[in-house]
Design a protein. Structure first.
Length: 315
C-alpha cells in the first residue's frame, strides 16, 4: 500500500507542476519543420549546415522529451502499480470474454460446453434411434399394405375360379336344355324347354354380373385399406429430440473456427492453385530480417528484394 501512496504523491506532484509551455514547443517544432521543407543541399557547406541543424534538433528533442516524461512518468508509475494490484484478480476472473486464458470464466465455460456437447450427442443418438424405429414402422406398414394387396389378389383369384366352375356348370346345363328343346316332340314341350333354356341364360348372366361386382368390390376395399396403410407409413416420422433449454443471459454460439495443420501444404496450394489468396499469408518479418542481417546482400530469397538503405545518424 505504501508504494501506491508514494506513487500517488509523485503523480500529484507532477500534476501540480507548472504546465508545459506548449506555445514555445509549437514554435520550435514549426520553425524546424519549415526549415526542413525549405532546405536544399547542393554543396559540402550545405551538408555541414544540415548536420548542425540535425544536432540542434536532437538537443531540443531530448530536452522536450525530458520535460514530457517529468509529467508522464509519475502518472505512468501510478498506473502501473494500480494495474499490478488489479490485473492478477481480473485475470483470475477473466470476465472480458478473451479466449485462451485459464480463469474462472473459461473453466466454467469449458465445462458448460462439454455438457452441451454431451447433450447434443445424446439428442443425436436419441434422434437416430427414433428415426430407425420410424423407418422400421414404415417398412412394417408397407409390408402390411403389400400383404393386403396379395390377400385381395388371392381372393379375386378364388372368386374367378368359382366363377369359372359356375360358368362351366351353367354352360353344360344350357347345352342340356337346348338339346332337350331340340328333341322335344310336341310344340308345347319345345316351348317349355326353350323357356327353361332362356331362364338358365338369364340366371347365368345375373350370376356372372354378381360375381364381377363382388370381385370389384373386394378389390376396391382391399386397395382402400392398402392406401390407408401406405398413407400412415408416409407420414410416419421420428419425433425431434429436444436440445437443452437455453438459460437466461447465456448463449451457446457455434462459430466456425480453423487451425493450420500443414503450413507447407497451404502454401503450395495457394502458390499453384489460388495465387490470388496470397494475401492470406503473412511474412514473418522479424525472422526474415534476422536472416537478411546474417546473409546481407548475399541473401537469395525469391520474391524478396535485398538492398542497402542509406541512414543518417545524429551523435
Amino acid at each position: 500500500m505504501s508504494a501506491i501512496i508514494e506513487a500517488e504523491s509523485g503523480a500529484l506532484a507532477a500534476v501540480s507542476k507548472t504546465p508545459p509551455d506548449e506555445l514555445a514547443n509549437k514554435k520550435r517544432a514549426d520553425s524546424f519543420l519549415a526549415l526542413a521543407d525549405q532546405l536544399t543541399i547542393e554543396s559540402q557547406d550545405d551538408y555541414e549546415f544540415a548536420a548542425g541543424e540535425l544536432r540542434t534538433i536532437k538537443v531540443i528533442w531530448d530536452t522536450m522529451e525530458k520535460d514530457r516524461t517529468s509529467f508522464t512518468k509519475p502518472l505512468n508509475d501510478v498506473l502501473d502499480k494500480l494495474n499490478a494490484r488489479f490485473q492478477p484478480y481480473l485475470k483470475a476472473l477473466c470476465g472480458d470474454g478473451k479466449r485462451g486464458t485459464v480463469c474462472a470464466e473459461s473453466i466454467i465455460k469449458g465445462k458448460m460446453a462439454v455438457y452441451l456437447e454431451k447433450e447434443a450427442a445424446r439428442a443425436r443418438e436419441a434422434q437416430r434411434l427414433a428415426e430407425e424405429a420410424a423407418a422400421a414402422e414404415r417398412r412394417r406398414l408397407e409390408a402390411e399394405a403389400a400383404a393386403e394387396r396379395q390377400r385381395a389378389a388371392a381372393a379375386a383369384a378364388e372368386i374367378a375360379r368359382q366363377e369359372r366352375e359356375r360358368a362351366e356348370a351353367a354352360r353344360k346345363e344350357q347345352a342340356r336344355l337346348d338339346a332337350l328343346a331340340a328333341s322335344a316332340k310336341s310344340a308345347k314341350a319345345r316351348e317349355a324347354a326353350a323357356a327353361a333354356a332362356e331362364e338358365q341364360r338369364l340366371r347365368d348372366a345375373a350370376a356372372s354380373e354378381a360375381a364381377a361386382a363382388e370381385a370389384e368390390h373386394a378389390r376396391e376395399q382391399a386397395e382402400q385399406r392398402a392406401q390407408a396403410i401406405e398413407t400412415t407409413a408416409a407420414v410416419m416420422i421420428a419425433p425431434v429430440a429436444v436440445a437443452p433449454v437455453k438459460t437466461a443471459g447465456i448463449s451457446a454460439a457455434k462459430p466456425v473456427e480453423f487451425e493450420v495443420v500443414d503450413m507447407l501444404a497451404l502454401v503450395q496450394h495457394i502458390a499453384t492453385k489460388q495465387p490470388h489468396l496470397v494475401v492470406l499469408l503473412t511474412v514473418e518479418t522479424t525472422k526474415l530480417r534476422a536472416l537478411v542481417k546474417m546473409m546481407g546482400l548475399n541473401t537469395d530469397m525469391p520474391g524478396v528484394r535485398v538492398f542497402e538503405a542509406t541512414q543518417i545518424r545524429v551523435r
